[in-house]
Design a protein around this ligand. Sequence first.
Ligand SMILES: [Zn+2]
Length: 232
Amino acid sequence: MNSFSRRSLIKLGAGAIGTGVLASQLGSKLTFPEPAVAQKTDLTPDESLQMLMEGNQRFVNKKRTSPHQDFERLAEVAKGQKPFASILGCADSRFPSEIIFDQGLGDLFVCRVAGNVATPEEIGSLEFGSLVLGTRVIVVVGHKRCGAVEATIKGAQVPGQISSLLDAIKPAVEKTEGQAGDRLENASKANVMLQAERLKSSPVLSQLIQENKLKIVGAYYDLDTGIVTMVS
Ligand SMILES: [Zn+2]
């Protein structure tokens, strides 16, 4: 990252977080505001992912604890946030991250867009989530019966800006053409990995990965069972 974009990021961080304390992170040249109250999570990437998956287990087993959803937590995170995980998920109404992973206010940094595509805006948001807010894992989550992937497979003629989503998914559909098994599931899982690769191509995120401060993984959500499984 050049010095100009670093300065821009600092400004962005200041605007988004408010009166944070300036702290030096990720090398002596880069400074950005910390959340005012809380320290960043001290979890490792693997521990963050484990915490997330344990939340999904509670959800699936009907043992949700619905943590961090009271007004005490509201007041706590109003002063500063330290989410431990980022999610790039589909905008589909059946994929509410905080419910599926049994989390609450200030726990997850969530980007949702139809087809869970890593557009420049999504990548920028997730760079901010990990670099500035300190999330240790980014999980790209596709799901069963995704309408955006299905429309891409069908080569649907779509109005407005919808085609931009399908264009972003298309390489995953082409890659899985002719594969044995369920066409839609294959393409959806390939799309997860495609979008994860796009995230990994971000110099900001790859630097964090190199420093063992971040992990980017793919996952697939089963609408029928509520189970999230890892995709590789
Ligand atoms: Zn979807």
